[in-house]
Write a new protein. Structure first.
Length: 482
């Protein structure tokens, strides 16, 4: 696979190779960039040109001449540019391939060809190829990495939270007249936005859930405390600061007064938690519902912990890697990650490039680059470990994987295999299997400590986009007042 040699200095290093009449130079640049410079002597260039000319002549058809017997001069006159193009393309591909194989280079991406001057018969043909190669690095110790595996527990709070989530699906908003507004109630109000006593905006009969950060347009300190206790007909004034989400973003940071004229207050009415509710959910009793919830939560957490544990094993090894990544390869992977993320949001009806005037683009790109950096290191690390430990994928493993995929999608293995081949995904399937086997190997040889208790929260990652709170999401989705 790859043989890595660290470059001690950023200064280019030159190899000069003479192969008969076909010399070339290999120039090593920074961050795994390489340049090959070729010189094709006139005799060799003429030979390649004549091969292309003869091939064109065999295929050229012209009235008055038998196939393949049209004079060379006529073929050249008619197809001269095409013949030169074929000659140049053949020379470039063949000579580049020979040099890469001779030097044992692992090329990343598509090479960029350039020529010093156009091809001309009777003169040397000189061209260059710029490309990146797989990094050469020292494989770190990957056996015996110290990692922790955490036990999975489910307590009553977890079950109650899931039950509350289920109850929200059957909850409804009911107008309250016998009490004042409380936190998490829904308040309907006309809201006048006053700047220095002048109304600059108004929201008519606006409905919001009474909680902190209820408005994206306004920064209000202590909103719950200031509006708790209001009833229909009440009027309250609250100081606020405009945010960049206000309709006139240029006023962000300015202080305003919000005058709330309350129309009505709704409370979220939840169904009773009893056997009748359990029956609605398809269970014999509340106890059986609780037991099923506990089992499902435990299963999800076991899967989540296993994923976290396996990833932590790989992370511990990746942390030991220290080599510069191929910059062009990294840029391509970053752009691919960003594009996939943007497409995912577009399918949800959100364009991240216009969301809040592009506020989150930089964050999305930073996350895409971080994922690309880790993915590239993981790629090269797994290749090297698989090579050293003789880990490989057998045809029977591929067939088994195809059968499992076919069963999942409800189609025959033959059709599944055909679809994978048609989409060019067979190699990706092989890589997925190899990746899993390498991680299995690392896990098997890890130094694992069993820890009682839940796993710590992962390192903070910058949020890609604002999200609703759980209360807001649940409350807003409940049916309206009856």
């Amino acid at each position: 696979m790859m043989s890595w040699v660290r470059i001690p200095s950023p200064a280019p290093f030159f190899y000069f190779h003479q192969r008969g009449t076909m010399p070339y130079e290999l120039i090593e640049g920074e961050n795994w960039k390489r340049t090959l410079k070729f010189t094709v002597e006139p005799e060799e260039a003429e030979k390649r040109y004549m091969e292309a000319l003869k091939q064109a002549r065999r295929l050229f058809v012209m009235p008055g001449f038998r196939p393949g017997r049209v004079p060379f001069q006529i073929v050249e006159k008619r197809l001269g540019e095409q013949i030169v193009s074929e000659t140049v393309e053949t020379i470039r591909e063949e000579e580049f391939k020979k040099a890469v194989e001779e030097k044992g280079l692992k090329v990343l991406g598509s090479p960029a060809f350039d020529e010093e001057e156009p091809f001309e018969k009777g003169k040397p043909y000189r061209f260059t190829v710029e490309f990146e190669v797989e990094p050469d690095f020292e494989l770190p110790d990957y056996k015996g990495v110290k990692v922790e595996r955490y036990t999975v527990k489910v307590d009553e709070k977890d079950i109650e939270a899931e039950l509350d989530s289920m109850r929200y699906k059957f909850a409804r908003w009911v107008e309250v007249e016998d009490r004042a507004a409380r936190e998490k109630d829904a308040v309907h109000a006309d809201i006048a936005v006053l700047h220095e006593g002048v109304e600059i905006a108004r929201l008519e009969n606006h409905r919001f859930v009474l909680r902190e950060n209820a408005f994206r347009e306004f920064d209000i300190d202590g909103l719950v405390e200031k509006l708790s206790g209001v009833k229909a007909g009440d009027e309250r004034e609250v100081l606020a600061v405009l945010t960049e989400n206000f309709e006139d973003g240029s006023k962000a940071g300015e202080e305003v007064t919000l005058r709330f004229t309350v129309k009505k207050v709704d409370a979220l009415e939840m169904p009773e938690l009893d056997d009748e509710f359990a029956a609605k959910m398809g269970y014999d009793s509340l106890d059986s519902l609780r037991a099923d919830i506990a089992a499902r939560i435990e299963q999800m957490r076991l899967q989540s912990e296993e994923q976290r544990f396996r990833r932590s094993v790989v992370d511990k090894v990746i942390e030991k890697l220290d080599f510069p990544l191929p910059s062009d390869f990294l840029a391509r992977q970053t752009e691919a990650n960003y594009h996939r993320t943007r497409m995912r949001y577009l399918r949800m009806g959100i364009d991240i490039e216009s969301l809040q005037d592009g506020k989150h683009i930089e964050t999305f790109r930073e996350n895409a680059e971080a994922d690309a950096e880790r993915g590239i290191k993981e790629l090269f690390l797994f290749e090297r470990i698989a090579e050293k430990e003789k880990i490989f994928v057998t045809e029977s493993e591929v067939e088994n994987e195809i059968r499992e995929l076919a069963a999942h999608y409800g189609i025959s293995p033959v059709k599944m295999k055909s679809e994978l081949e048609k989409e060019g995904l067979t190699d990706q399937l092989r890589w997925d299997i190899l990746e899993r086997k390498v991680v299995d190997f690392l896990v098997k040889h890890a130094d694992v400590t069993e820890v009682d208790g839940p796993a710590p929260e992962p390192g903070e990652r910058r949020s890609e986009a604002p999200e609703e709170t759980a209360e807001e999401s649940a409350g807003e989705k409940a049916p309206e007042t009856e």
